[in-house]
Design a binder for this molecule. Structure first.
Ligand code: HPA
Length: 266
């Protein structure tokens, strides 16, 4: 961790980002045209590198929004075979370089007929259905407690800000519960029924580990899901990863507008 921190400080000339943004599937082009400093994950000691189509692999430091923001262009997932510790390494690194606010975006499947593909959902809570927890193992007491409270992982003030920014930009923004599963297989129709009964609104294969670690470390978290498809059995259509990526790209202008607005105000 220390060598990664030192390397980033050298590369950025000691920039101290207050906000980090994790980009999900299909949002890899978000920083195109922005001025900033790019650092490939492969150059950062200990940083996991993604193998998934649609995910770039670099950190991007920008001051476009009148403040320093670090953007994670692509993430790694538990289903790629990385440990929970590796999946959440970037969040721990962000905390160590002074990041206080973490915005997490993802592509997700909708469990609700009223939440169609192309729409955005603000995550108000999550259900960890991954069968593991990123805080298992020795606790780093200097960063967070052994048994951290999780009653408000997704910061209320940031959620209010996101709703306000959405309103100002005429972007419909639903609110709901994100269910995190391991993947990589999509759900069966029966599993989708179950997740809906359990209280979920969307389902995806990321976000939960990062959000748990960020909350444990005392960071303020905002989560946004871009609905790319109806989950299995809801529309009767089969799911394909290519379609998920394409849907993500088509609707990405909404999330890009919203993110820009939030980053200006945050
Ligand atoms: N299920 C799980 N993860 C997903 C989905 C889905 O339907 N769509 C995008 N990520």
């Amino acid at each position: 961790m220390n060598s990664a921190i030192k390397f980033i400080e050298e590369k950025t000339g000691g920039l101290k980002p207050d906000t980090a943004l994790i980009l999900g599937s299909g949002l890899g082009d978000y920083t195109t045209g922005m001025e900033g400093i790019t650092i490939p994950y492969s150059e950062i000691d200990g940083f996991p590198v993604s193998s998934v189509k649609g995910h770039k692999g670099s950190l991007f430091f920008t001051e476009k929004f009148g403040k320093t923001v670090v953007v994670m262009q692509g993430r790694v997932h538990y289903y790629e075979g990385y440990s929970m510790e590796q999946v959440t390494f970037p969040v721990k690194l962000f905390k160590k370089i002074g990041v206080q606010k973490l915005i997490i975006t993802n592509a997700a499947g909708s469990l609700d007929k009223e939440l169609p593909p192309g729409d955005l959902m603000l995550i108000k809570d999550h259900i960890n259905f991954m069968g593991s927890n990123p805080l298992i193992g020795k606790n780093d007491d200097l960063t967070g407690e052994r048994f951290p409270d999780m009653s408000e992982i997704y910061d209320k003030k940031l959620r209010e800000l996101a709703l306000l920014c959405a309103k100002e930009n005429n972007i419909p923004l639903h609110e709901g519960v994100y269910v995190g599963t391991t993947g990589p297989s999509y759900e069966t129709p029966s599993e989708v029924k179950m997740l809906k009964i359990l209280g979920g609104n969307v389902v995806g294969m990321s976000t939960v580990p990062e959000a748990i670690v960020a909350n444990w470390a005392g960071m303020n978290v905002l989560g946004l899901s871009l609905v790319t498809n109806f989950a299995s059995g809801i529309s009767g259509k089969k799911l394909s990863h290519n379609e998920v990526i394409e849907a993500g790209k088509t609707a990405s202008f909404k999330i890009v507008t919203l993110l820009n607005s939030i980053l200006e105000e945050i």
